[in-house]
Design a protein around this ligand. Structure first.
Ligand SMILES: [Zn+2]
Length: 503
């Protein structure tokens, strides 16, 4: 009995001491970065890392060698397009919460086709008279917004890209500035949403024509859409770091940058082309130079780098045919014509389709009300016609999705996550795997895994490097960053903290 008691006592003492050692503060508290560099590559399949990895010598090699690399990270929404991907990265929010449902859609309040960032209430700055753009349609906060709202330190948040949406959406509403490339003038521009006066350092950058040395004999359109476009982004990012003193403002600053040229090359040439290989290796090289610059200026131990992509891409259907794999081409027009024709036939000739988001039609609700038709019945008529189009896998009705009726499989869940009632098209249309709505080149936008599987890599202080094969989703990035920065998770995030990579 005594022996047993002694044993039990010993065990409880052992437990107590274990408990004490667990609550003892760690010898070195996890280091906080001074600058978060968030890098998005526009259209980057995860398998570019495995396919081209042995040829990397620069920044991608550094990320693969010392970062926490997720091999099984996916988007969990449809449509897998640029605006939506970029809206998710630092909000962790699905379109169902963020309101960013596509690159473009029909704004039902104005009856006008809009883009994710078009904003007639603001003016362009840097070059006058361009279309105004802002994050006013983004309904949720970004990590940067949370950092700013906390007001703990004088954090600065800056976004840079070739595309307006890719600069604006990751940075968020409280950003100190977002800058994108104006092809006609070869300048980086912004809008009065952020400031009334274009920052002097950015004006100086444009005047210096520093980017001209990268473009060679290409015009700005061609240059921005091929390898030099990524040099432009890095050159301007370095100017922003110096102009805004990023990493030296006494707190944590955030710089988001997105490489758009990879997308243009990928669309035109496909993921199996030598051009896709070339721009991937060029991205590796420019990131290598950029990290060397950061190392020299701030020391990489003060920088946290996160890299991901906004979507993958499908192989070219012609390449797939040679492989005896499925795939082929149809057009958005085929689908939209099928809708128009079926409604003309059943309810009388009229202008039934007012706008679109990808192949998804926005029906004329005023006309449907005027004719006293049942909206869902009209949608069902149109859906039946679209289902007759060869190689359409699924057609969902907006009113069905409002009631959450999509089946809870891979496709259904991704469609439902992409659904925001007030901005949704009347039909959500999913093609069979590898089928495209393009007459040439290739694309993305579907819920299939070749569009959803992307790299997610964290590298820097406090991150446990290595390969992580567990399945995660891109919306996990934002709450993880929030944890590292000790700020609130963004308002719409549905992700989890990737605790496995935290020291
Ligand atoms: Zn994109």
């Amino acid at each position: 009995m005594k022996a047993l008691l002694a044993k039990a006592l010993g065990a409880s003492l052992l437990l107590a001491s274990l408990g004490a050692s667990q609550t003892r503060p760690a010898a070195t508290p996890p280091a906080k970065p001074k600058l978060v560099v968030f890098i998005a590559v526009d259209q980057f399949r995860y398998d570019y890392l495995t396919k081209f990895g042995s040829q990397f010598k620069g920044g991608l090699k550094r990320l693969l060698d010392s970062g926490a690399v997720f091999t099984n990270a996916h988007y969990e929404h449809m449509p897998t397009v640029t605006a939506v991907g970029h809206s998710i990265m630092l909000t962790g929010a699905m379109p169902s919460a963020s309101g960013i449902v596509g690159n473009e859609w029909l704004d039902r309040t104005t009856g006008k086709q809009v883009t994710s960032v078009s904003d007639p209430s603001v003016k362009s700055l840097g070059v006058e008279g361009r279309g105004g753009a802002s994050p006013h349609r983004l309904l949720v906060s970004t990590v940067g917004d949370e950092l700013k709202m906390l007001g703990r330190d004088k954090a600065k948040v800056i976004g840079v890209s070739i595309k307006d949406r890719s600069a604006i959406l990751p940075a968020g509403r409280m950003a100190d500035g977002a800058f994108w490339f104006d092809k006609p003038s070869g300048s980086f521009i912004s809008s009065t949403f952020y400031f009334q006066q274009f920052p002097a350092w950015a004006a100086k950058f444009n005047e210096s024509r520093v980017i001209d040395k990268f473009k060679g004999d290409l015009n700005y359109d061609k240059a921005a859409e091929s390898n030099p476009g990524n040099d432009f982004v890095v050159a301007f990012a370095e100017a922003a770091i110096e102009g805004e003193n990023l990493g030296r403002n006494g707190g944590i600053d955030i710089l988001t940058m997105s490489f758009s040229a990879n997308d243009t090359v990928g669309h035109a040439k496909g993921p199996d082309s030598p051009e896709a290989a070339s721009i991937t290796l060029h991205t590796d090289a420019v990131l290598g130079q950029f990290f060397a610059y950061l190392d020299k200026r701030l020391g990489m131990s003060n920088v946290l780098v996160v890299l991901t992509a906004d979507h993958g891409v499908a192989p070219m259907p012609e390449v797939q045919a040679q492989r005896r794999m499925p795939g082929g081409r149809m057009t958005e027009k085929t689908v939209l014509d099928a809708v128009e024709k079926s409604l003309d036939a059943k309810y009388g000739p009229a202008e039934w389709v007012l706008g679109k988001s990808g192949p998804g039609p926005y029906l004329n609700h005023a006309l449907i009300a005027e004719k006293k038709l049942d909206l869902e019945e009209v949608q069902a008529t149109a859906a039946a016609a679209v289902r007759q189009v060869p190689h359409i896998a699924r057609v969902y009705l907006r009113e069905e999705l409002r009631r959450g009726l999509a089946p809870a499989d891979l496709v259904g869940q991704r469609v439902q996550n992409g659904f925001f009632y007030l901005r949704a098209s009347d039909l959500v249309i999913v093609p069979e795997p590898y089928w495209l709505f393009e007459a040439k080149g290739t694309s993305h936008g579907t819920p299939w895994n070749y569009d959803s599987h992307v790299p997610v890599i964290f590298m820097g202080a406090g991150i446990k490097g290595g390969k992580y094969t567990n399945r995660i989703m891109v919306p996990d990035i934002a709450p993880t960053l929030s944890q590292i920065l000790e700020v609130e998770p963004p308002s719409g995030t549905c992700g989890r903290i990737l605790t496995e990579i935290l020291r």
